[in-house]
Design a protein around this ligand. Structure first.
Ligand SMILES: [Zn+2]
Length: 282
């Protein structure tokens, strides 16, 4: 089932920006994620400090823009008025106000969410708050809103917890360090790191511990937004089943769906269930 419609091409009008201002009204501004966190996760990686946050966010925004331009040129961006795109926008709109609890930089991000018409079972959120879902993820797994919210929370958590920034800092080694130093000293090469980072961001593989971190932070983000944390378990069971029957899911190539992952999520549902129920009541 594809919901892509080739009619009504409106270049530049199909993506929608998500308002992130609601969080301020909730009174969370200025407090760290740790102060509110129900799930137990560590601090942000110290290694990430090697790469300035602005650089990695700039790379995320730049690469996202390129990718969306390509999708638009191929008529693969699902129009924002379509039911699937509206559904995702609603989910994002509910989760985003809680993002800055985990990273104050997120208050300044221009969140964006696009749905790409593709059979790929995939989704990502690049540094700077640039989210993309593929229709294959929603359609082939028949995701409920709660399950789609778990994917979105997980992907947003990778960006909020600066996993790409840390990974790049750790893997780029001396070359990147020199390049950054050159930039800081005003010796040129300003686009170099962004360009190199940009080629890696979307296909970046995170470590197991980054994945667990994103699972837990995503679980809490989605629960605070009123999405049932039990959906995290049904989501990964669906992923595993789809992988068995069809194999080669692109999302699973970077997100192994093991019994361990499900066990950790199950063990954490109780920690965020109160948040979910309070959000539902509110
Ligand atoms: Zn992940």
């Amino acid at each position: 089932m594809q919901c892509f419609s080739p009619v009504r091409p409106e270049p530049g009008r199909r993506s929608f920006l998500l308002a992130a201002g609601a969080g301020a009204a909730l009174g969370f501004a200025g407090l760290s994620g740790a102060a509110h966190a129900q799930v137990k996760v560590g601090g942000l990686s110290v290694a990430r400090n090697l790469v300035p946050a602005e650089n990695i966010e700039q790379a995320g925004v730049q690469q996202y823009g390129q990718l969306m331009a390509q999708a638009r040129a191929k008529n693969l961006l699902v129009p924002e008025g379509s039911p699937q795109a509206q559904r995702l926008q609603a989910i994002g709109g509910r989760i985003i106000p809680f993002a800055k609890q985990w990273n104050p930089r997120a208050a300044g991000w221009k969140w964006e969410l696009n749905l790409i018409s593709s059979k790929q079972v995939n989704a990502f959120c690049l540094p700077g708050g640039k989210i993309a879902f593929f229709t294959g993820l929603l359609d082939q797994l028949q995701l409920t809103d709660d399950e789609a919210a778990m994917v979105m929370g997980h992907e947003m958590a990778h960006a909020l917890r600066e996993h790409a920034r840390a990974r790049l800092a750790k893997s780029a080694g001396t070359g990147a360090a020199l390049s950054i130093t050159a930039q800081l000293l005003g010796l040129g090469q300003t686009g170099d790191l962004a360009a190199r980072a940009g080629t890696q961001l979307i296909s970046l593989r995170f470590s197991r511990s980054d994945e667990t971190d994103a699972d837990l932070v995503g679980l809490e983000l989605a629960a605070r937004a009123g999405y049932d944390p039990r959906a995290s378990v049904s989501l990964w069971k669906k992923m595993a089943a789809a992988s068995k029957s069809r194999g080669g899911l692109s999302f699973l190539s970077t997100h192994p769906s093991g019994a361990d992952r499900i066990k950790v999520l199950e063990a954490n549902i109780g920690k965020v269930d109160g948040l979910y129920k309070a959000a539902k009541r509110g």
